[in-house]
Design a protein around this ligand. Structure first.
Ligand code: UD1
Length: 429
């Protein structure tokens, strides 16, 4: 298994290109199941999760063709996928595929909407705690699907198609909102989703579906209305920039010091995260080319942050912020309100010399003068990258093991950071 070696203490200077958003790409690829025509997606990041979803869709009979290289294209330009679900050959998503990537459970919505049936394995737990799918099932039930649970599988049936309905989510769920929108797009009549997730990726998927002929209004707000249509067509759509990758590199610059342009990044996707970085002492400016992040001389100030659904501070940046706060001049508090048990990075940061105390969902971080390199590993994607951020400021060498988590969500992380002067390299193994 590959490892990443970081020698801390170098400042970062230069440009980091921001890739297309993983969390939009996955539901967009799944939305291709709603039409027999071809969906073309541009700016798709080269990530292990994208490859894994390609395999899962392939199992349903979907053809995914990766577009050829264009003249002048750099290795950082996203890829173009031509996705055709002309013929769905199988409406079952088996355990061995779904268990590798939770979001693949979402295929249940387009499959039942278009084919009238779906049999999808329950995803099971993962490193960031129990992650139920009860609200996704509730949404399909509200749209008239008959639901059965048998042998670890959710079986959804709607012989005569789905019908519009009222879906009121008791808590904000991104996956629940994606699946409800996809299912309702092909349902008969009107669907109203209340307390919908407002994440930019939800709006990006809705924009693409509207281009395919869906009638969705209100995406990006907490009330979404969908007039069902009888069929959807193909379309071409460009995936929006990854706000979590943006925030991650912004924290890396804040940690290591220096001055970096995050090319293609959009500040409007990440205001809460950028506000926290400014409070922590980083200089942030939005430019036409992206977002510039700098920290020169000023120390890192402590912050008080609680994660929240969009537009709040994202849970997917919680671990990275904690890494940054390990070196703050004072005591920070970070509260995780979205996922239980999303503190896997704490013990590893402590191995680097951080002072962190956990009390339920609240972490108290006492800034230390310096971190010291050590071998570490992490069991989820965001936790892994938080260790890289910490390592950038740690004295000596840090070896981050189990790098496959990073490859699930960060494209060429070591190349992007080393191009800005970080001493970071991948060791094949
Ligand atoms: C998505 C993101 C993930 C991010 C998360 C929260 C993708 C591919 N993944 O995950 O990176 O961390 O949003 O921003 O986009 N819940 C239930 N019942 C359900 C569904 C969810 O109780 O049926 C709970 C979850 O346990 C969690 C909360 O709702 O506490 C939010 O989860 P949700 O927004 O659904 O996360 P995902 O869509 O899985």
């Amino acid at each position: 298994m590959d490892r990443i070696r970081v020698t801390g203490g170098r400042r970062l200077h230069g440009t980091i290109p921001i890739s297309g958003a993983k969390n939009a790409t996955l539901p967009l690829m799944i939305a291709s199941l709603l039409t027999e025509e071809t969906l073309v997606l541009d700016n798709v990041p080269r990530l292990a999760d994208v490859g894994q979803l390609q395999r899962i869709l392939g199992n349903h009979g979907v053809d995914v063709m990766v577009g050829g290289k264009r003249p002048g294209e750099t290795p950082y330009d996203g890829q173009t996928l031509h996705i055709s679900a002309a013929r769905i050959v199988d409406t079952t998503a088996p355990y061995d595929l779904v268990s590798k990537m939770r979001a693949s459970f979402w295929v249940i919505a387009p499959l039942v909407a278009r084919m009238g049936q779906a049999r999808v394995s329950m995803p099971g737990g993962c490193a960031i705690g129990t992650r139920p799918v009860d609200l996704l099932i509730m949404a399909l039930d509200r749209l008239g699907a008959h639901i059965e649970i048998d042998g670890g599988y959710v079986i959804a049936r709607a012989k005569n198609g789905l019908r519009g309905g009222e879906i009121k989510f008791p808590k904000v769920t991104v996956g629940g909102t994606h699946t409800a929108i996809m299912a309702a797009s092909l349902a008969r009549g009107t669907t109203v989703i209340e307390n919908a997730a407002r994440e930019p990726e939800v709006k990006d998927v809705a924009d693409c579906l509207n281009r395919m002929g869906a009638k969705i209004s209100g995406a990006g707000t907490s009330r979404i209305v969908i007039e069902g249509v009888s069929r959807l067509s193909g379309a071409r759509h460009r995936v929006l920039p990854d706000r979590i990758e943006t925030g991650t590199y912004a924290m890396a610059v804040a940690m290591a010091g220096g001055d970096v342009l995050l090319e293609n990044a959009r500040a409007d996707l990440l205001q809460a995260g950028l506000d926290v970085l400014v409070a922590a002492g980083a200089e942030i400016s939005a430019t036409n080319a992206g977002i510039r992040v700098a920290r020169n001389g000023a120390g890192i100030s402590p912050v008080e942050v609680a994660t929240a659904p969009f537009p709040g501070f994202p849970t997917d940046l919680q671990a990275q912020l904690m890494a940054l706060m390990t070196c703050a001049k004072g005591t920070s508090h970070i509260t995780e309100t979205i996922f239980e048990n999303r503190f896997m990075h704490v013990q590893e940061l402590v191995r680097l010399g951080a002072h962190i105390r956990l009390d339920g969902e609240c972490a108290t971080i006492e800034g230390v003068g310096k971190l010291t390199g050590a071998p570490v590993m992490a069991t989820d994607l965001r936790a892994s990258v938080s260790l890289v951020i910490a390592a950038l400021a740690a004295e000596g060498e840090t070896m981050v093991n189990r790098v496959y988590h990073l490859d699930r969500g960060f494209e060429r992380l070591e190349d992007k950071l080393s191009a800005c002067g970080a001493a970071i390299e991948r060791i094949a193994g």
